[in-house]
Ligand binder design. Structure first.
Ligand code: NAP
Length: 478
């Protein structure tokens, strides 16, 4: 793999950022048809090159053509959804408050609140979504829609695909008159490439999806800049599933099947993969957990994205199963020569609460079962999770004390709370939220999926008593 990766030099990174900075003003001032037209043509370009791109992605990721073709569809859908949002005025919203005569606080001047693009965004592609969170993924689409140029840090796990998608995007830019600089790409395996990029004074914000270690290191670099900038990082999540007794009693078998498939989906390489099952003690729960272990033993996940991710998974599982508090429920043994096998362990609830290391994300098909002795204990376990992209609650249909308590705890720690289905799979819509308290997100008030993602890259400016010409231009001076 490494022979195919180029290492961008510091001079090349500087040139890419400088081209982005040069066109930042023009792109910020571009009108809706220019931006939406570019986004739609990028979506068309992905679809036109589907066969070559999916084949390349499959060679580099082992994710399989069906999944990859579906992901390409989602990526094209996402680009068009942002184009529609731009056309509907999402990036150009203003709040116009006419002057109110009289003494303050009731009286006030004319205030026109506008949003301006932040400037060039450094975007770190993720390994696990080679289309949807990579070169033309959600971070790029939302930044372009907001009016920001994007400098992509390609992920070294799919370098040839990244280059092919970027080449297509460059051709589309030329054909649509979008200047070079609006979309740039750098690549490399050394940490220096990413560090040099985020330290560059012309970079105005950073979007990142990846590991807690990588995200924390980059955040530190950003904080060390002379002018620290926003860092929108998605750094890991254990996505608890809360299976309440009524759900387990009524649909245990079906839920065990569904959950096992979700844990093993994509070999567990989703940021939304379920990593902990929270239940209440009881006979029905014991049956449900037994069924889940059997269903997990029956799953046959494909290989992992990179040797590094595989190594991290094997080490994480070894640490977990050898933990004094853990009891293994699945039978499969990890063998580095073969594909990973799903791993399910039971951990005592108080041990889970008192050992933070048991709550670290294991990226891959691995899950912990907790059988709490009371609703209070279950809530404490949820609280201990701290921050997560999702919590799924099965069995909260009754408007009763149990549902109220669990839902309140779930909302406290998660960016998305589901009451049906499984968390793997994130719809791209206006109401979507993909974030949550640390480490799910470094900026929990923002989302990295869905149309609101665009607002990460816009900054409000209040224009007080603007001249008539400026107000008439909705606050855009030129
Ligand atoms: P990663 O190691 O965090 O890398 C992501 C990107 O950040 C890569 O471009 C990487 O470049 C760069 N990077 C990482 N550490 C850096 C540092 N200290 N300084 C500068 N740049 C740095 O993530 P990954 O390679 O995709 O997967 C590794 C682990 O990340 C997985 O095992 C999993 O735990 C986690 N992960 C989580 C999610 C999620 O959605 N939460 C998604 C994917 C992966 P280099 O590779 O060149 O260092």
């Amino acid at each position: 793999m490494s022979q195919t990766i180029r290492e961008s030099s510091s001079a090349e990174i500087d040139s890419a950022v400088s081209r982005a900075a040069t066109v930042a003003h023009a792109w910020a001032a571009s009108d809706a048809p220019t931006r939406s037209g570019f986004l739609r043509r990028l979506a068309d370009g992905l679809e036109a090159e589907r066969d070559q791109l999916v084949a390349l992605a499959n060679e580099e990721t082992s994710l399989g053509p069906a999944r990859l073709s579906g992901e390409l569809d989602r990526t094209a859908f996402q680009l068009r959804a942002f184009a529609d949002a731009v056309d509907a005025g999402e990036a150009f919203q203003v709040i116009d408050e006419p002057a109110v005569p009289g003494a303050p606080p009731a009286g006030h001047p004319h205030l026109l609140r506008v949003n301006i693009p932040l400037g060039p965004v450094a975007m770190f592609a993720a390994s696990n979504f080679p289309f949807a969170f990579s070169v033309l993924g959600g971070d790029t689409a939302s930044a372009l829609a907001a009016g920001c140029p994007v400098v992509i840090k390609a992920h070294p796990a799919h370098p040839r695909l990244s280059r092919a998608v970027f080449a297509m995007a460059s051709t589309v830019a030329d054909a649509t008159g979008v200047p070079q600089g609006v979309l740039e790409m750098v690549e490399g395996t050394s940490k220096e490439v990413g560090i040099h990029l985020v330290r560059h004074s012309a970079i105005a914000a950073v979007a990142f999806t990846g590991s807690l270690a990588g995200g924390t290191a980059l955040q530190k670099e950003i904080q060390g800049r002379e002018n620290p900038i926003p860092f929108f990082g998605e750094l890991g999540s254990i996505n608890p599933i809360v299976a309440l007794p009524v759900a387990v009693r009524e649909k245990g078998q079906e839920l065990a099947k569904t959950l096992a498939a979700s844990i093993a989906l994509g070999c567990g390489q989703f940021c939304t993969s379920p990593g902990v099952l929270l239940t209440l003690q009881g006979e029905a729960t014991d049956r449900f957990v037994q069924q889940l272990a059997q269903e997990m033993d029956a799953q046959a996940p494909h290989g992992m994205l990179t040797p590094g991710i595989r190594k991290a998974f094997d080490e994480g599982v070894a640490r977990l199963v050898s933990h004094a508090a853990a009891r293994r429920l699945t039978t499969g043994e990890q063998n580095a020569e073969k594909h990973p096998v799903p791993n399910l362990v039971e951990v005592d609830v108080q041990e889970f609460i008192s050992h933070p290391e048991l709550r670290h994300e294991i990226f891959g098909p691995s899950c912990i079962v907790i059988k709490a002795g009371s609703l209070h204990e279950l809530q404490q376990a949820l609280q201990a999770v701290g921050g997560t992209l999702t919590v799924t609650v099965w069995g909260a249909e009754a408007d009763d004390r149990e549902s109220h308590a669990v839902v309140r705890s779930a909302m406290h720690v998660a960016g998305r709370v589901l009451f049906a289905g499984v968390p793997t799979g994130v719809a791209v819509t206006r109401a979507q939220h993909h974030g949550g308290p640390w480490p799910a997100s470094t900026a929990p008030q923002t989302t990295s999926v869905g149309l609101m993602a665009m607002h990460r890259f816009l900054r409000p400016v209040a224009l007080q008593d603007p001249p008539a010409w400026l107000a008439a231009r909705a606050g855009i001076p030129c």
